[in-house]
Structure formats: structure tokens, C-alpha cells
Write a protein of this length. Structure first.
Lengths: 192, 192
DNA sequence: AGAAAAAAAGGACATTTGTCCCAAGGTGAA
DNA sequence: TTCACCTTGGGACAAATGTCCTTTTTTTCT
């Protein structure tokens, strides 16, 4: 549920040490919005440490969380290919350490470094693979089942993530999430 | 809503004429399942003509349609990178003409042909960009609004696609879709 | 430490959507 | 051509979820 990609970090740190390409480091406090939907940016980020959420806000101000990004996940990369505005906002949940590449550097790496090229390609493919079953499941099963599924993927779920974010990830209201959590709790107790 | 990518077709046809790489052609009748979820395949397909649906079937037999594929869209490509089983079934809706590459050929093209590499990269990025707002919209708006949105993207919607497929794309039952269509019709009439 | 703001929890009711039916019209295969 | 089988359309009711609002608890800021 909180996605990671250790290979990508390891390779990026090697590149950075190597010094041939310019790769910067940044640190953000929790609740910092790094990318804002519908704006234009010139950098690609890779998470070194921490968790961020990537989400779309609609006209009514509702957030829909696309994914939670953990170590080794990149963001801002889609705009290297499409030259368009960012579709998702990205906001840190915990303290966040990232590396950043300018579009120019990122393009150079894609063209000149086949390992990097392959890492990016696989990351994009994995993103697609990951999302398909998730949305399918969300539509087909009630909220309680979705919570159980998330808890099995990420046991610390309710300790680390605010209720609002969990609800926005599943695509329901906080009220409904609470109702479902209560339902699960009473089911667990009746088993004793 | 029915996605296309003319550039990819044009380039593939050029490659095929050129003859350096082995690219095959196939034709499928409507309702032919070309890829079946959870199986392993060794080819990547590119649609030359026609429409196919790409969908996940859950344990209860419910279909959830990921996307409708039109000219220039590829499928089976994710498995080149992850070496895993296919997550989606792909079934033709109309007559379907496709080109196919073996994984081996596809990998060779990715490595040796930077234009091809870039086309694939951009296709993956577009797939991600495309899906994000769609799922967000689906969760946030009632069925009627979703139908209106789809009709504006693809006016022939209800003529070409079976009701069941439209419902499975929006992620609702046929019953609910019919109710919404009826609601829209009566609203249109009351405007006269 | 104390005030203000945000997050969590939940009651009451409305609305949406699903489930389970059944019936009519079309389509295809023997 | 006839029969089986889809597809479409919809009635009646049940279940899930949303909306609106209030209260309590926790966090944040000064």
C-alpha cells in the first residue's frame, strides 16, 4: 500500500556519488506540499526517506489519493514525457528526504544510461500494474473488506496515517470509514 | 475514453516495412479473448484497427474495465518489465487487427531504437496520467454525471458499446446504469 | 499553560446504489 | 423455424454510504 523501490534509491545514490550528473537533496517537514496540481515544474523527485501522498483535488475540494509514496518512489516524472501540467499534488506526511533531478538531467540519464532508462520504465509499468487491481477491489467490495485488505498490506495503517487520508484513499467519507472501523471492532469482540 | 495513439501505429508500420525486426499481424473477430488474466504470454500487441476492452475479473465474476483500447494502444507490454502474469484480460469488442512483437523483439527495440524507447515510455506515462482523474471523478460524482462525461468524450457511447461494458467501466451494476439513463432522459424532456 | 484549531467519533436521517426479480425483444445455432 | 440464450428495461425492497451536525479528544501555537 505504501509503495517502495529500493533499487531505484541505491542506483540514484551511486549516480550522485559518482558526480557525473547533478542530483540535489532536499528535506521537507510533514504537511509540506511539494507539487501542486495544475502547476508546471521542472524537476523530478525521488523519495529517499519518509512517506508522501499523491492526490487529486476536485472542484468541491474533495481529495482523492492516488497512492502513498515511500522510499524509492519518484514523482513529477510524468511531466518529463508529456510537457503538461502536474495532475497530482504531492504532500509530505512524515519528514521527507528527497533527491531531485532537473528535467534536463533526467532526460540525459534516460538517453545515456540504459540502467536508469530501465529503472524508470519498470517503475512506470509497476505503477500501472499496481493501480489496476486496487481500483477494481475498491469498487467491488464494501468498506470493511477494503480496510482489512489495507491492514494486511500495512499493519500500522491507523497509527501512521490520519483517518482522513485513509478515507480519501479508499474513496469514502470519514464518517463511513469510522462506521466500518466500528463494525470491524465489534465483530472482533464477538469472536472472543 | 477510447484511447488512441496514432504516432505509435505509424512508427510500427514503418518498422514493419523496414523488415529489420519481426512484427506479425493478426485479426480477431469480436468477442475474442486475446489475453486472459493470470496467464503468461510472450508477446506484446499493438492495435491497428478496432476496439478492445481491458478488464479485471474478480472472484465473484464481476468485470471491472480498466480501459477501452483503440488504434495505437498496446497491451501485454507490462509483462515485459515485470516478468509476471497478466493482470488484465483483453477481449475484442469490434473486429480487431493487431501487430505483435515477441518479448525478445520488443526488448531489442527498446534497447536499440531510441525513438521506439521514447514512444513506449510516453505511452506508459500517458496511461498513468489518464487513469488518475478518471478514478477520481468516478468516486466523486453520481452515475448520471459520469454518463454525461463519457458521452462528451465519446458520443457514440451507447450505440457502440454494450450496456454491460459501460456499466463495468463506470464500476456500477447494469441496473444502476439504466436507472441513471432513465433519469437523464426525463431531465432532458422536462427541458422542452 | 492556556487558547485555538484540527482530528476523531458518532447520532439521525436522506440518498444512492445494489439485489433479486420478472418480462419483452433480438440473435444465433441446430 | 424454433428454441435457447442474451440483452435490455424496470419494479420493489434492502443495504451501503453520504450529509449534516454535535461532542469529545488531541494537537498545535503563542
Amino acid at each position: 500500500m505504501i509503495r517502495t523501490n529500493q533499487n531505484f534509491i541505491t542506483y540514484t545514490e551511486m549516480l550522485k556519488k559518482n558526480g557525473q550528473y547533478e542530483i540535489d537533496s532536499h528535506v521537507f517537514k510533514p504537511k509540506t506540499t511539494v507539487l501542486r496540481q495544475d502547476k508546471r515544474y521542472g524537476d523530478v523527485y525521488l523519495i529517499k526517506e519518509g512517506i508522501a501522498k499523491c492526490y487529486i483535488t476536485d472542484e468541491n475540494g474533495r481529495e482523492f489519493i492516488q497512492e502513498f509514496l515511500g522510499e524509492g518512489m519518484e514523482f513529477g516524472e510524468l511531466e518529463v514525457f508529456s510537457e503538461k501540467l502536474t495532475i497530482c499534488s504531492v504532500t509530505s506526511i512524515t519528514d521527507l528526504k528527497v533527491y531531485s533531478f532537473s528535467h534536463k538531467t533526467y532526460r540525459a540519464l534516460l538517453a545515456e544510461d540504459s540502467t536508469f532508462n530501465h529503472l524508470v520504465m519498470k517503475a512506470l509499468a509497476d505503477k500501472i500494474r499496481y493501480k489496476a487491481p486496487r481500483h477494481s477491489f475498491q469498487h467491488s467490495y464494501p468498506i470493511e473488506d477494503n480496510i482489512l485488505r489495507l491492514q494486511s498490506l500495512f499493519p500500522q495503517l491507523t497509527e501512521i496515517l490520519p483517518k482522513k487520508d485513509i478515507a480519501n484513499y479508499i474513496g469514502v467519507t470519514t464518517r463511513s470509514l469510522n462506521r466500518a472501523l466500528k463494525g470491524l471492532k465489534s465483530k472482533q469482540e464477538s469472536l472472543k
